[in-house]
Structures are given as structure tokens and as C-alpha cells.
Design a protein around this ligand. Structure first.
Ligand SMILES: [Zn+2]
Length: 148
């Protein structure tokens, strides 16, 4: 099912971990509504980086799947409010994150992770913090700003 022109519900709710462990990762109606807003934001990012293809690593994660991948319990992914992605044709994750940081695109959290970019939104109606962070490894603390 298409959420927007370039993003489908299938890619936004696919989880390799869920498939491997046999966990359910079906987005409910609320999560689908949120994923649609995330996909609309991802369309803006796609346009920003020259309409290059975006590879989604993770969008929606059920509580079980989020726990299995070691995600924080408050993760926006559990509500379908976040997307982890890369865009190799545009550049490395740091270049993608910096481009988003310099743009006027609205997000709640932009995180340069170790190998991908995380963009998170808030529930509809809440203010976007436009918080930018860097996390250099799985065990590392979050640092303020996008640090290549
Ligand atoms: Zn994420």
C-alpha cells in the first residue's frame, strides 16, 4: 500500500528482526496514520537531496520488535513516528543529516546514528523540537548537534 508517491506501508513496517524471530510487526490504524505523516516528511527530504532513492532501514516497530532490536522503550518507532534511512546516492549519513539540518524541514528529532539517519516526528498537534543529535555507536551517549 502506497503511503505517498515514493514510500509504501510495506517498507515502512518491514523488519528483518521481526521476520527472523517470527514477531508480529503489523501497524495499526494509528501507526499507519503516523507513518503517512512520516512518509510525507520523507518526501520532503527526498526532494531536498535531489530526488535520490531513499533506502528505509526501519519505520514502524511493534513493542516486541523494538525490544528485540534494543530500541529505547520511548522510541518514536513504536508509534510509527520515525524513520531510519540512508541515501547512498546522495552521500554518507552525515552528509544527509547535515542537509536536513540546514533545510527548513520540520522534524522533532534528527539523529545521526552510526550508519544511518533517524528522523522522528511528534504526535499530531505537538510542537516540533527540531532537536539534532549524534550517536556514534550502540553504547555511546547522544551528543548535541550533527557531528560528522
Ligand atoms: Zn530510529
Amino acid at each position: 500500500m502506497k503511503l505517498t508517491a515514493h514510500f509504501t506501508l510495506e517498507e515502512m513496517s518491514f523488519s528483518e528482526t521481526a521476520a527472523r524471530l517470527g514477531l508480529d510487526n503489523t501497524a495499526d490504524a494509528m501507526a499507519i496514520a503516523n507513518l503517512t505523516r512520516v512518509a510525507a516528511c520523507m518526501e520532503k527530504i527526498r526532494a531536498l537531496i535531489g530526488d535520490k532513492p531513499i533506502v528505509v532501514h526501519s519505520g514502524y516497530r511493534s513493542v516486541e520488535v523494538n525490544r528485540a532490536v534494543g530500541g529505547v522503550s520511548t522510541s518514536a518507532h513504536c508509534h510509527g513516528l520515525a524513520c531510519d534511512f540512508v541515501c547512498p546516492e546522495f552521500g554518507v549519513p552525515a552528509e544527509v543529516a547535515l542537509a536536513i539540518l540546514k533545510s527548513g524541514i520540520q522534524y522533532d528529532q534528527l539523529i545521526l546514528e552510526y550508519g544511518w539517519v533517524h528522523v522522528g516526528l511528534t504526535q499530531s498537534g505537538s510542537l516540533f523540537r527540531r532537536e539534532a543529535l549524534t550517536k556514534r555507536s550502540a553504547g555511546a551517549a547522544y551528543e548535541a548537534g550533527i557531528r560528522a
